[in-house]
Design a protein around this ligand. Structure first.
Ligand SMILES: *[C@@H]1O[C@H](CO)[C@@H](O)[C@H](O)[C@H]1NC(C)=O
Ligand SMILES: *[C@@H]1O[C@H](CO)[C@@H](O)[C@H](O)[C@H]1NC(C)=O
Ligand SMILES: *[C@@H]1O[C@H](CO)[C@@H](O)[C@H](O)[C@H]1NC(C)=O
Ligand SMILES: *[C@@H]1O[C@H](CO)[C@@H](O)[C@H](O)[C@H]1NC(C)=O
Ligand SMILES: *[C@@H]1O[C@H](CO)[C@@H](O)[C@H](O)[C@H]1NC(C)=O
Ligand SMILES: *[C@@H]1O[C@H](CO)[C@@H](O)[C@H](O)[C@H]1NC(C)=O
Ligand SMILES: *[C@@H]1O[C@H](CO)[C@@H](O)[C@H](O)[C@H]1NC(C)=O
Ligand SMILES: *[C@@H]1O[C@H](CO)[C@@H](O)[C@H](O)[C@H]1NC(C)=O
Ligand SMILES: *[C@@H]1O[C@H](CO)[C@@H](O)[C@H](O)[C@H]1NC(C)=O
Ligand SMILES: *[C@@H]1O[C@H](CO)[C@@H](O)[C@H](O)[C@H]1NC(C)=O
Length: 593
């Protein structure tokens, strides 16, 4: 029954613009208002959500306590929920949307309740958690947390959110914030679709963004803002591609030269306290930070501090020895490299453990030519290199497991090199071949999808290299290797699990949308990510197909995404427009082909 209602509403109404779309959703057309005296409880206890009013030099100031503490040991489910309720109601009351862009010009009055109507208010928001959080709730392996939630709002103004875990409740609160609008007069905040009944759960348990914070420098504030926006889109993983050939922006106290010599400038690196702040900021928003140190390729920067560890440092012509300058890879048969890695991991992994179940060791784009210049190997033959790579990977993975973590690797370790991996390992594909995802599950391994032909948000900006007079004509008009731009419709069309059997599907943990940073920095990152990453977010949460097995339609998605975009802008994120206002002011038939 609800299916037909959703279908009806998607095509014939401007309301119900939730993103990502919930599994089950019914609604009516009763108007309710919400005011700051709404009583919020969590498992029967009072939730003291802010704003708390302070007297500052004779002026009254409302302060929203959006995060109670960054001390993870002091986190409780209650403190996480209390801060989340505060963020949600701050958005509802102070960052809400007057939806003039979403209705025909000068017809907003048809959608809005009359400003002078008798108001029924939402009197309570009752939050119930039916299960108990454990340590795994806050740093889960894929599938370890029940992220489902239910949300109801009755016509007489009782709102209820329930979830098995606090993470599910966080998602329910995000949905709650999307149900309200601000009146175009100062009449207040309303919902015009009560009664509401939502029952929701994600399709995939690993829903991530991978962002490269090595090619350009991102201050901590840029990363935490990204975490906020991810949480609004119900993502639950942030993969930080922490280091690459070009810079090492992470302080490692046991190896201080790494960032001292490898950061773009002294000071442009994350201290252990910075990283703990990012991790705990994410954790309290239902997001697990996964740190990647890519190796053995993409490590030239280590050579600035420890030249003896790197083969083919700055080798020329660079396009023979690496995919991007500067070239250089960790030597493959060197006990000094082993000692270095042991020290590095001993330093980093205990700082990962409180916040994540995973550590990512990279493994993409290993260039065999570098090993001709590696005096410990002096060969580019697969037969020589493969056993050495296996040993390299085994050493790393053994140490990761000994610290209580689970390894993640890029797909080449399996699909290109055919290395033997533990069953626990999560293999991250990026579309080295069109069958990458299928190849990993066919080999019986757990997989993450995120194909460069669909989910690389950096693509389509053109080359970042400069061309000489000689190469100018060859590369004209300077398209990049993965152009065209992955516009949101292309992102949304990605269907990585098409044709999979149930058995294969069980190995798909989820996926990640990617942003490599050759041409992105904090100035452009919000526009580069949003709203295109939101399109990936809906595929990850809701799936490419609806419950009847039909591909989700752009005509349904577009107005919902346009509304989400407006909400994100109001919450302070510079997301790009989905369509011109002419289109968002009309129903889907007007701007379609
Ligand atoms: C959608 O727009 C078209 C073209 O303007 C119009 O004919 C149609 O009645 C509209 N449909 C609805 C449900 O508003
Ligand atoms: C963090 O919280 C724990 C538990 O409440 C407490 O023992 C510890 O002292 C706190 N650490 C800091 C740095 O405040
Ligand atoms: C509300 O205002 C409209 C005009 O904006 C007026 O026509 C209507 O009578 C008013 N209703 C009430 C209950 O005051
Ligand atoms: C949500 O509702 C469904 C269907 O009514 C029910 O099976 C489930 O237990 C509920 N979940 C929670 C967390 O209340
Ligand atoms: C690796 O190094 C060891 C000891 O230095 C050496 O005996 C061995 O031949 C090397 N292996 C390769 C493949 O070069
Ligand atoms: C190995 O090196 C030789 C000599 O430089 C080269 O001809 C060959 O193409 C290389 N093999 C691979 C797989 O790159
Ligand atoms: C890995 O296996 C595939 C398929 O059997 C094969 O094409 C490829 O050459 C192998 N690669 C290596 C490095 O052994
Ligand atoms: C490249 O071409 C420009 C004019 O087309 C010429 O002025 C310049 O000297 C050339 N540079 C080199 C390095 O050949
Ligand atoms: C559904 O979308 C996929 C691509 O995401 C496409 O290959 C397929 O043909 C579509 N199916 C239908 C029935 O339109
Ligand atoms: C799924 O199967 C259809 C029909 O056999 C085929 O056209 C399509 O390419 C397949 N999709 C994938 C992702 O393998």
């Amino acid at each position: 029954m609800w299916l037909s209602i959703v279908w009806f509403c998607a095509f014939f109404s401007f309301t119900q613009a939730l993103w990502p779309v919930p599994v089950e959703f019914t609604s009516g057309n009763t108007v309710l208002w919400i005011a700051p005296n709404v009583k919020v409880t969590y498992n029967g206890g009072n939730v003291r959500w802010s704003p708390q009013t302070y007297d500052k030099n004779g002026q009254t100031e409302n302060v929203w306590i959006e995060q109670l503490t960054t001390n993870t040991s002091a986190y409780t489910s209650h403190s996480i929920i209390e801060a989340a309720v505060t963020r949600t109601l701050k958005t509802v009351f102070t960052q809400n949307l007057v939806p003039w862009k979403l209705h025909p010009r000068n017809e907003l009055y048809k959608f809005e309740p009359a400003a002078n109507s008798t108001k029924t208010y939402i009197s309570s928001l009752t939050i119930t958690q039916t299960g108990t959080d454990t340590v795994d709730t806050f740093k889960p392996l894929a599938g370890a947390v029940d992220e489902s939630y239910n949300l109801t709002i009755t016509e007489d103004g009782k709102a209820v959110i329930s979830g098995v875990s606090s993470t599910g409740i966080l998602h329910g609160l995000q949905t709650f914030s999307q149900l309200f609008y601000q009146h175009s007069t100062d009449a207040g905040i309303y919902i015009n679709m009560a009664p509401v009944a939502i029952s929701d759960a994600p399709k995939f348990s690993h829903r991530g963004l991978n962002i490269d914070i090595s090619r350009n420098w991102y201050p901590v504030s840029s990363i935490t803002k990204t975490i906020d926006a991810l949480s609004w889109n119900k993502f639950n993983r942030l993969h930080l591609h922490m280091t690459d050939a070009q810079s090492w922006p992470m302080d490692v106290p046991a190896l201080p030269e790494l960032s001292k010599k490898g950061a773009y400038q002294v000071g442009l690196s994350y201290s252990p306290a910075d990283i703990a702040y990012i991790q705990s900021y994410a954790q309290s928003r239902g997001i697990e930070v996964i740190i990647e140190i890519d190796m053995p390729g993409h490590t030239s920067v280590i050579g600035l501090a420890y030249p003896e560890l790197i083969a083919a440092q700055d080798a020329q012509p660079w396009d023979t020895y690496c995919a991007e300058p500067p070239c250089g890879q960790l030597k493959l048969n060197s006990s000094a490299v082993d000692t270095f890695l042991e020290t590095l991991f001993d330093d980093i992994l205990p700082r990962v453990y409180p916040y994540s179940a995973y550590f990512h060791t990279g493994g993409d784009e290993v260039n065999v030519q570098d090993y001709l210049l590696d005096e410990t190997v002096q060969s580019n033959l697969t037969s020589v290199l493969k056993p050495l790579l296996q040993k390299f990977l085994d050493r790393n993975h053994d140490q990761i497991r000994s610290k209580g973590l689970t390894p993640i690797v890029w797909e080449e370790m399996l699909n290109t090199w055919n290395l033997t991996l533990g069953d626990d390992v999560l293999v991250q594909t990026w579309g080295v071949t069109p069958t990458s995802v299928h190849d990993v599950v066919a080999a019986g391994h757990k997989v993450l999808f995120g194909d460069s032909s669909f989910w690389y948000l950096d693509c389509g900006k053109g080359q970042w290299l400069d061309f000489t007079n000689e190469s100018f004509q060859t590369y004209y008009p300077f398209a990049d290797y993965c152009s065209p731009t992955k516009n949101w419709r292309l992102v949304y069309s990605y269907d990585p699990t098409a044709n999979m059997t149930a058995e294969e599907l069980a190995l798909v943990a989820g996926g990640e949308v990617h942003l490599w940073s050759e041409q992105t920095d904090p100035v452009s990152v919000e526009y580069m990510l949003w709203p295109r990453a939101s399109a990936a977010g809906e595929i990850l949460w809701s799936g490419r197909q609806d419950a009847s097995g039909q591909n989700r339609s752009q005509l349904d998605a577009s107005p919902r995404l346009a509304e989400l975009r407006e909400r994100m802008v109001n919450r302070g994120v510079a997301a790009g427009p989905v369509q011109m206002v002419f289109c968002t002011q009309h129903n889907a038939t007007e701007c379609s082909l």
